[in-house]
Design a protein around this ligand. Structure first.
Ligand code: FAD
Length: 549
């Protein structure tokens, strides 16, 4: 008789956050896209945003991560094949991203605002699934570096920029669309690539062709059709275009030794490779490898910022959704003053990062032919890369906590978000290396800091706390003693005033006031959720998330 009795009814559990438009529900991002030069992209961005929120799309993201890529080193006859098998969900994600031009649209259709439109798409797509954005980002970033070698660029750009994803493991020459990777890091050094030991010898039988021998300790997306690699040539560290297959149809001997077992980013295969005399073509001048590859690195740094921004937006979306649908102690969580404070603070962080990321994307559109934008691009890319990537893991942890125990359970999207959150900080220069790059930029091109102050001047007078913070920063930067040891502090403050200037100019008054109060006056080291009583947390939430106002 007891067997027919229901043990419990499911009560007070929020519905999943799905069936929403990631673009139109993010007013901060949607406004920024128009402001930073891409109002023309709106219908495309809406379509991508709608697709991104569909349950079937979100399920692809889950599937691509629980079914990790697998390496097959040999075929059944013992021949070396070095093939990585991915779940079909990964390929579908790749196909959509490439179909929407995330991998190259600003190169094939370089109209004003093209980088801004793409930046929006990356932020949106990254929230669905982060791992596949890595090869997409590398493919995008390879183009400006490859242009250092015009003949190679002319040969390969059409298939790099084609909106066709073709995962077939065949020579690139036979494919309508190709993807690219980069292999710089070696066991003895990732930040210090000048310590690379891989050697490249000019092939005496084939002019322009080199043979590379050595290893790379990290090589993500090893099934890419071609890679940019660094190796020591006769004149020093040089950059090479290394296809997965040789033009004669033989396999280039890129031996995938194993795949990394990673904290996050699990849909994306990251490998260790050995280079057993692989064929490569020089890109740029021999001995100028760092100068060439830095073009690629700068663009992937922008994508690290976009990735960190996406982590924070998705954390905010999930946290606010949960809090708006779950009650405790007789009230919705979102109406509990302390939770309102936490979520509003997460919203402020997300908004600051979004405005900065999109402003920076504009500088990528305008840098050519506009000196101010070039200087902003040069200096502010590492500044915001440092800060957004540092904030993302803290933000993800706090957002996860908003979901209580549900946030810690693997069925929730939060563990994946949390595991992904530190990665952009590591990629393309870890925190210290990035701070040193900021110092280098200001030292080698003092005009960069002039451009920075000119940008800050656009918000002067809007809030005395901002004016004070800029004055203090100016005096801190003027004191050159032990500047290297102070670099993290300085870069953090630069990022905060840069974000504050944008917030003061373009955000709602409540956002601007709370941003200055919590980030300029009181110091950004405070935990999330410590906004002062004067903060209009309701107004902040109303602006950020449609379901939590
Ligand atoms: C998932 C994943 C995928 C990756 N994919 C690729 C890839 O596809 N291609 C590729 O080339 N690489 C890839 N990498 C490697 C990544 O770029 C490097 O790990 C990164 O550049 C850091 O290099 P490292 O690991 O050798 O650390 P190190 O260079 O040894 O740095 C260790 C620490 O020392 C700090 N440090 C270094 N120099 C200084 C200094 N002068 N002063 C103060 N502190 C300093 C750094 O900030 C860092 O915190 C990947 C890494 C990960 C985790």
């Amino acid at each position: 008789m007891l067997k027919d009795i229901e043990t419990h009814e499911v009560l007070n559990q929020p519905p999943p956050l799905e069936g929403y438009n990631l673009f139109t529900s993010d007013r901060v991002l949607a406004d920024a896209v128009s402001r930073e030069g891409a109002p023309w992209a709106r219908s495309d961005l809406e379509a991508l945003g709608s697709l991104a929120g569909e349950p079937a799309t979100l399920e692809l993201g889950r599937l691509a991560n629980v079914n990790r890529p697998e390496l097959r080193t040999y075929d059944r006859f013992g021949h070396r094949i070095d093939v990585v098998d991915y779940h079909p969900a990964y390929h579908e994600l790749m196909g959509t991203a490439i179909g929407f031009g995330l991998h190259a649209a600003p190169w094939s259709d370089p109209r004003p605002g093209a980088h801004a439109a793409r930046a929006d798409k990356v932020i949106t797509r990254y929230q669905v699934e982060a791992g596949h954005v890595c090869p997409v980002s590398m493919t995008y970033s390879v183009v400006p570096a490859l242009r250092h070698q015009p003949d190679l660029a002319a040969q390969w750009e059409p298939s790099i920029t084609a909106t066709v994803y073709d995962p077939a493991d065949v020579p690139a020459e036979g494919k309508a669309g190709i993807t690219c990777g980069m292999a710089l890091t070696e066991k003895q050094g990732g930040s210090d690539v000048r310590a690379n030991t891989t050697v490249a010898e000019a092939d005496p039988t084939e002019p322009g062709v080199y043979r590379l021998v050595g290893h790379k300790w990290f090589c993500s997306a090893p099934m890419s059709d071609a890679f940019l690699m660094l190796a020591q040539a006769a004149s020093g560290l040089s950059c090479f275009w290394v296809p997965r297959w040789c033009p004669d149809g033989s396999r280039n001997p890129i031996r995938i030794q194993r795949l990394k077992d990673k904290l996050g980013d699990r849909s994306n295969a990251s490998s260790e490779i050995e280079l057993a005399g692989v064929v490569g073509w020089l890109v740029g001048e021999e001995g100028r490898g760092v100068r060439t590859i830095i073009e690629m690195v700068n663009h992937t740094r922008l994508d690290c910022i976009l990735g960190a921004t996406a982590v924070m937006r998705q954390g905010l979306a999930q946290a606010s959704w949960h809090a708006a649908h779950r009650s405790a102690f007789g009230r919705l969580l979102i109406d509990q003053p302390l939770m309102t404070n936490v979520v509003a603070d997460l919203a402020l962080e997300s908004e600051g990062a979004t405005l900065a990321a999109m402003r920076l994307a504009r500088s990528y559109d305008a840098a050519e032919g506009n000196e101010h934008e070039r200087l902003i691009q040069r200096l502010v890319t590492p500044v915001i890369k440092f800060w957004a990537c540092k904030r993302a893991p803290q933000h993800a942890a706090e957002a996860l906590e908003c979901l209580g125990g549900n946030g810690f359970v693997e069925e929730s999207p939060m563990p994946r978000l949390f595991r992904q959150s530190p990665l952009n900080g590591l990629w393309e220069g870890s925190g210290n290396v990035i701070c040193l790059d900021v110092l280098r930029a200001m030292l080698r091109e003092p005009e960069t800091i002039d451009a920075f102050w000119a940008e800050m001047a656009l918000a002067t007078g809007a809030d005395p706390r901002f004016d004070r913070a800029v004055d203090v920063l100016k005096s801190e930067l003027a004191a050159t003693d032990s500047i290297e040891g102070r670099a993290r502090h300085l870069v953090e403050r630069m990022a905060l005033v840069f974000e504050a200037a944008l917030v003061l100019r373009f955000s709602a008054a409540a956002v601007a006031d709370a941003f200055c109060a919590s980030r300029l006056d009181r110091g950004a080291e405070a935990v999330f959720g410590a906004l002062p009583p004067s903060a209009d947390t309701r107004a902040i939430l109303r602006r950020s998330v449609p379901w939590a106002g």
